[in-house]
Design a protein around this ligand. Structure first.
Ligand SMILES: NC(=O)c1ccc[n+]([C@@H]2O[C@H](COP(=O)([O-])OP(=O)(O)OC[C@H]3O[C@@H](n4cnc5c(N)ncnc54)[C@H](O)[C@@H]3O)[C@@H](O)[C@H]2O)c1
Ligand SMILES: O=C(O)C(=O)C[C@@H](O)[C@H](O)[C@H](O)COP(=O)(O)O
Ligand SMILES: [Zn+2]
Length: 360
């Protein structure tokens, strides 16, 4: 079993990465001094695949789990669905030591984490991520949220899980589109923090698409380690953590403009990273060769680079609600070269408009 620690003083926790690990969650949780009642939040796709194994492991460890499955998809990241989860928590008699487990992708993780942060002003939260995207990104770092009709993740809290249990084997049932969405966030880590890792991804693109278990497990561990290092230095995104948002300013706008159904999060991030790279080049921050390298890798991983038919003016409307806006100015995460990013608000509206034309 590989372990990655997220060092946050009293809120520190361990990410356990192990094949078949879903059946060991109960055993790992029994070390956390939790109450015996547990609420597993999952979705209707994941529930029939993995809820019984997870529940079985909890029962074997002496816990009393109940399961609530929500509708799959981004529409469940809503206050309405959160209220359904609150109702289930109350009806099941969860107390302050009862844990809520997120079993699913980033949607379930963000939703269940938001509920765990606010139910009884906070109950223990466990992440059991089942998409690649959730295993490399959303289950780590404590960003929880639901969406508002005016924008993505606008209502939420920083709330760290007590433990993350990653079982790479569950990716066997994930479809190719969702696997590739996770690869977009994987590429992000290479761009923001580690050019050697970016080279590894270039060299192993075929193996990743073929779901080579050794390569996938290595990549999951590496991404968790990079994210843990960043979060440990800046838990609440006052500065450094903003780099984890590379590609997200325009990515979120594209997701929202498509009604959260045309492009999934990873696809939005892929287009957004391409746009961020182009902005970097327009602003004279990086050379064209770096943009080309990013485009080639995203292409190789069969991820989109543009959102044809979208209108720049519509996309611009979302930018003002980006969470990195300070004093009315967007803080852009831009690339100086693969492996290094910078944060700046000194980007002209003309540059943004020109790049949005290029990616739509
Ligand atoms: N909190 C964070 O730091 C953070 C980071 C990145 C993304 N996110 C959020 O995560 C969400 C996207 O997460 P996602 O890409 O995991 O999408 P998702 O949760 O919608 O899952 C994608 C699809 O895969 C299905 N699925 C999940 N696991 C499966 C499995 N093992 N086998 C078969 N099907 C499976 C789901 O039912 C769903 O239909 C977005 O809302 C995004 O904003 C949050
Ligand atoms: O953990 C972070 O910090 C991130 O920014 C990770 C992103 O991949 C993730 O999509 C996050 O939910 C975006 O958050 P937001 O603050 O831009 O809503
Ligand atoms: Zn993301």
């Amino acid at each position: 079993m590989a372990e990655v620690n997220v060092n946050l003083d009293a809120h520190s926790y361990t990410i356990h990465i192990t094949t078949g690990g879903i059946s060991r969650v109960g055993e790992l949780m029994s070390k956390l001094s939790l109450g015996n009642k547990i609420l597993i939040v999952t979705d209707d796709n994941v529930c029939p695949l993995y809820a019984a194994t997870l529940s079985g492991s909890l029962v074997a460890a002496g816990f009393k789990p109940t399961v609530l499955a929500v509708t799959p998809g981004e529409s469940s990241k809503s206050l309405t669905t959160a209220n359904t989860v609150f109702t289930e928590a109350i009806a099941s008699g969860l107390d302050r030591k009862s844990a809520i487990i997120a079993l699913g992708g980033g949607v379930v993780g963000d939703l269940a984490g938001f509920v765990a942060a606010s139910y009884l002003r906070g109950v223990p939260f466990i992440q059991v991520p089942t998409t690649l995207l959730a295993q490399v990104d959303s289950s780590v770092g404590g960003k929880t949220a639901v969406n508002h009709e005016l924008g993505k993740n606008l209502i939420g809290a920083f709330y760290q899980p007590r433990m993350v249990a990653i079982d790479p084997q569950v990716l066997d049932t994930l479809n190719d589109r969702e696997l590739k969405a996770g690869l977009a966030e994987v590429v992000k880590y290479g761009v923001i923090a580690d050019s050697d890792f970016f080279t590894y991804l270039q060299d192993n693109a075929s193996a990743l698409l073929a779901r080579d278990p050794v390569v996938l497990t290595h990549v999951i561990g590496k991404c968790c380690q990079i994210k843990a290092n960043i979060v440990a230095q800046d838990e609440r995104e006052s500065s450094l953590r903003m780099i984890l948002n590379f590609g997200h300013t325009i990515g979120h706008a594209i997701e929202a403009e498509g009604g959260y159904s045309e492009y999934n999060h990873g696809e939005g991030v892929a287009i957004g990273m391409h746009a961020a790279a182009l902005i970097s080049q327009h602003a004279g921050l990086c050379e064209q060769s770096q943009v080309t390298a990013l485009k080639k890798l995203l292409n190789r991983l069969d991820l989109p680079l543009t959102a044809p038919g979208y209108h720049p003016k519509e996309l611009v409307r979302y930018l003002v609600r980006d969470k990195k806006v300070l004093n009315g100015k967007v803080n852009w995460v831009l690339m100086s070269q693969i492996g290094h990013v910078e944060i700046t608000h000194e980007i002209t509206e003309d540059t943004i408009a020109a790049v949005l034309e290029q990616v739509t």
